[in-house]
Ligand binder design. Structure first.
Ligand SMILES: *Cc1c(COP(=O)(O)O)cnc(C)c1O
Length: 405
């Protein structure tokens, strides 16, 4: 065996491959530093980050204000558990409520935990408020969904690889086609407690539903006393050029699920937001998390929200998204089937004959752009919301080169 030098990319990739489970197939780049939209590899090469950690880094890498909050709060108090009060959590609730317009918050850590929390919320609400018979609650979900990786969540995935060999599965979910209001109408029964949906399917390949879908689905849910639960873990917090993607259709979901950018990428913070009627179903001991609502996460999330607002990042995402998407549409390439998205959540779908999106992502990496293939044939472009027109121009030149090669 050849021993590569202990600071080379090969060395770090070797370590991961040798000792870590192979549940990812990363692009061959080893990152060591990030600053705003840029990341740097161990050999000093600079890349434009067009993934933003699946939209967890909307505020840009290592944002100095969020960093200051992290350091200051880490010196002060990090974790108490919720056996006690702390002086950060309530202020986080207050800020998140002011930002979102909801009445109540339940804090967790990862996105999947927040989705699990929303599922438990809907079920308990169904039994105790709607009056669904015990253990009969149904939740409707969409084909192509991505809501996380826990056993319950993969139970209602339509992606064979996500669930293969991980059964037995959690019952109580009904899959319907995405973007189809009639399918939702037919699927609702008296035992339906919730419709769980992504306003744009991110992992599903940046799938934008037909105009009016969210509004009509929400109205249908209201008519049948079904909770409309939006998973905005990826689409929320400015990514699509609005606070939340549901805002584009003027819809306020009954339950809103947030994660990812809620901490600006510093720390896992997620949350479920809803009304007092819905989140009010929880009693002490019903649900919890050791780290959920900890003062470090709460302080970080408050600053992460403030950065989105103070720096005008949501409006910038709208402007830069239009500019980026228009530029991508101008690239004439034999491989490109469609450019779609909203704000800075953009998917470039390639023809099947193009040979998959991965090889284009490898080529983009050589040009200094990190993007990730999603759903085999789609390249996702989702840079931090701090991106400028000059950097978009810089990226478009390189993307054009790769798509025209
Ligand atoms: C990333 C993501 C999740 C899961 O979040 P984790 O923090 O990885 O558990 C859930 N839903 C959507 C829409 C996501 O993009």
């Amino acid at each position: 065996m050849t021993i590569s030098s202990t600071n080379s990319a090969e060395y770090f990739m070797d370590l991961e491959a040798r000792y870590g489970a192979h549940n990812y197939a990363p692009l061959e780049v080893v990152l060591t530093r990030g600053e705003n939209v840029w990341v740097y590899d161990v050999e000093g090469r600079r890349y434009l980050d067009c993934l933003s950690a699946y939209s967890a880094v909307n505020q840009g890498h290592c944002h100095p204000r969020i960093y200051e909050t992290l350091v200051q709060q880490a010196r002060q108090l990090t974790l108490t558990s919720r056996a006690f009060y702390n002086d950060q959590l309530g202020m986080f609730y207050r800020d998140l409520i002011a930002f979102s317009g909801y009445e109540m918050v339940l804090p967790m850590n990862t996105g999947a935990e927040a989705v699990e929390t929303a599922i438990k919320t809907a079920r308990k609400w169904g039994y105790t408020v709607k009056g669904v018979p015990a253990n009969q609650a149904e939740i409707i979900v969409c084909e192509g969904n991505f809501h996380g990786r826990t056993t319950t969540i993969i139970s209602f995935s339509s992606e064979p690889q996500y669930k293969q060999d991980f059964g037995p599965y959690t019952p109580g979910f009904k899959l319907i086609p995405y973007g189809d209001v009639d399918a939702l109408k037919s699927a609702i029964t008296p035992n339906t407690v919730a419709f769980l949906v992504e306003p744009i399917q991110g992992e599903g390949g940046v799938v934008v539903p037909p105009e009016g879908y969210l509004q009509e689905s929400a109205a249908l849910c209201r008519r049948h006393q079904v909770l409309f639960m939006a998973d905005e873990i990826q689409t929320g917090l400015g990514r699509t050029g609005a606070c939340f993607a549901c805002d584009h259709e003027g819809v306020q979901p009954d339950v809103l699920i947030l994660g990812k950018a809620l901490s600006g990428g510093f720390y896992p913070v997620s949350a479920v937001l809803s009304s007092k009627e819905v989140l009010g179903v929880f009693r002490p001991g019903d649900h919890g998390s050791t780290f959920g609502g900890n003062p470090l996460g709460a302080a970080i999330a408050r600053t992460a929200l403030a950065v989105l607002q103070d720096e005008g990042l949501i409006a910038n995402a709208a402007q830069m998204g239009d500019y980026f998407m228009a530029g991508l549409r101008r690239i004439s390439s034999p491989y490109v089937k469609e450019v779609r998205g909203k704000g800075l959540l953009i998917g470039v779908e390639l023809y099947a004959e193009a040979g998959g999106a991965r090889r284009f992502c490898d080529a983009l990496k050589e040009e200094g752009i990190l993007a990730k293939d999603t759903h085999d044939t789609v390249i996702r472009f989702a840079p931090p919301l701090t991106i400028t027109p000059e950097i978009v121009d810089w990226a478009l030149q390189r993307i054009a080169k790769v798509l025209q090669a």
